[in-house]
Design a protein around this ligand. Structure first.
Ligand code: CA
Length: 443
């Protein structure tokens, strides 16, 4: 049991480690040997069974192929059974941190320079089709950026932007798992009820204020039994890893429906995650102290612990870019519209897990928690168009075009990466999603 205040570093984090996979040695790669994130994939167009993969440079280690080559023979049989012939990460997630760590060490050993190269187990990422990395039983979305909560609250409730519970309770709601898709997801613009300002009755039709939300997704590992809360000191051991999450949001539906029970159809039509899950162990060198302003309420004891204060935050840079249909046609790369960082979060991952379970609620392997939109303290760090356009009152530039909210054909591309002095940069790849015209559009 890890009781130290700082996440432990080990041989797999050594900045001097290099892999025999040449593409992993480029400074620009998201996937040096120190990262080793997991996905579920198959070779595109192959009809292969889905299988687990591990990123290295521009390639994927095909776990089933590695097992076929005898490369995983040294693993504990329970770990091998949880990853070979598996179409999801759930069985591995359920094994817990000791197994994850043993697997990471073994993969690092297989891939490092000096080990016998195994080119037959590699698939180019460009040749892969990805699936959701886990069967997501339940999805909960939090609201951990005080900058986002304040800015959105000002638009929805000018007289009381930040409700009094915000600084005491990690605010969240139960979302919908069925409509979560992996990067590449395309979905029709949602339709629903909206009410124009001053109108008595709502209209029905396609959403006019479609937005994205830049979030971190948190995959639960072993979870907890019903009635047995996860202590804040052990909370990170219940987390398998992090991914990128775009929590698409229909702002006009949201404004009409959200009281008194919170978001519903404005959120549950689509949510998109990156194929890659970066483990907490990989992120250990990129942690940051978590602080709470002395003028604000300090967390209740069940949400506080020395390791929360010393290294509870994650220093992960988050970028949002938009690619319009015209840009795609012209081959123009996605244009950045904001840049923020997960370290600004008002609540930590560990606090979310401790809070979610404190009433006895059980989390299960593969459950997904969303961090909430990660807006930073300045306007340029806003993680949604709602904030960047001041509620649609001003436009932003996207290459040669302007936007208030998303238009049909727009793709949103989010990226995330972590850096630390003297260490390689590690990344999350990207999460991309595209808005299609509403069903029955024009009728
Ligand atoms: Ca959200």
């Amino acid at each position: 049991m890890n009781t130290t205040a700082q996440p432990a570093l080990n041989a797999t984090h050594d900045p001097a480690l290099r892999s025999w996979v040449a593409s992993s040695r480029h400074d620009a790669t998201d996937f040096p040997i120190q990262n080793l994130p997991f996905c579920v994939f198959r070779r595109a167009g192959s009809g292969q069974a889905l299988r687990i993969g591990v990123a290295i440079g521009a390639h994927i280690v095909d776990i089933d192929a590695a097992a076929g080559e005898g490369a995983l023979a040294g693993l504990d049989p329970a770990v091998r059974h949880a990853i070979v012939g598996q179409a999801s990460l759930n069985a591995l997630m359920a094994l817990g941190p000791q197994a994850w760590s043993a697997l990471r060490l073994a993969l690092s050993g297989l891939l490092r320079e000096g080990a016998p190269p195994l080119p037959a187990v590699l698939v180019a990422q460009a040749d892969a089709d990805y699936a959701l990395p886990a069967r997501i039983g339940d999805y909960t979305d939090f609201y951990t950026s005080i900058h986002h909560a304040s800015a959105v609250g000002k638009l929805f409730r000018p007289d009381e932007p930040l409700l009094p519970n915000y600084k005491w309770v990690p605010i969240g709601y139960h979302g919908r798992a069925s409509s979560i898709g992996v990067s590449g997801q395309c979905f029709p613009r949602p339709r629903g009820q909206t009410r124009a300002p001053g109108a008595v009755a709502p209209d029905f039709g396609p959403c006019k204020r479609l937005d994205y939300e830049m979030e971190i997704g948190i995959f639960i590992g072993a979870g907890n039994a019903p009635g047995e809360p996860i202590d804040i000191g052990q909370a990170e051991q219940a987390v398998f890893g992090l991914c990128l999450l775009n929590d698409w949001s229909a702002r006009d539906l949201q404004a009409w429906e959200y009281q008194p029970l919170g978001p519903f159809l404005s959120k549950n039509f689509a949510s998109t995650i990156s194929p890659w899950v970066v483990t907490l162990e990989a992120l250990a060198p990129y942690r940051a102290a978590w602080t709470r302003d002395g003028a604000d309420p300090q967390p209740l004891p069940y949400l506080d612990a020395p390791q929360v204060r010393s290294a509870g935050a994650f220093d992960i840079t988050l970028e949002v870019a938009i690619e319009t249909a015209a840009m795609r046609g012209a081959g123009t790369p996605p244009a950045r519209v904001s840049l923020s960082n997960f370290r600004h979060s008002y609540w930590t991952v560990s606090q979310l897990v401790a809070h979610h379970t404190v009433n006895g609620c059980n989390l299960q392997a593969g459950d997904l928690l969303g961090s909430g939109t990660q807006s930073g303290p300045t306007a340029a760090e806003a993680g949604s168009l709602l904030e960047l356009t001041a509620g649609g009152k001003q436009t932003i530039r996207v290459a040669g075009e302007t936007r208030t909210f998303l238009e049909d054909g727009d793709s949103v591309v989010m990226r995330g990466w972590a850096e630390a002095p003297g260490r390689p940069r590690i990344g999350f790849g990207e999460v991309r999603g595209t808005v299609l015209p509403a069903l029955g559009a024009g009728t």
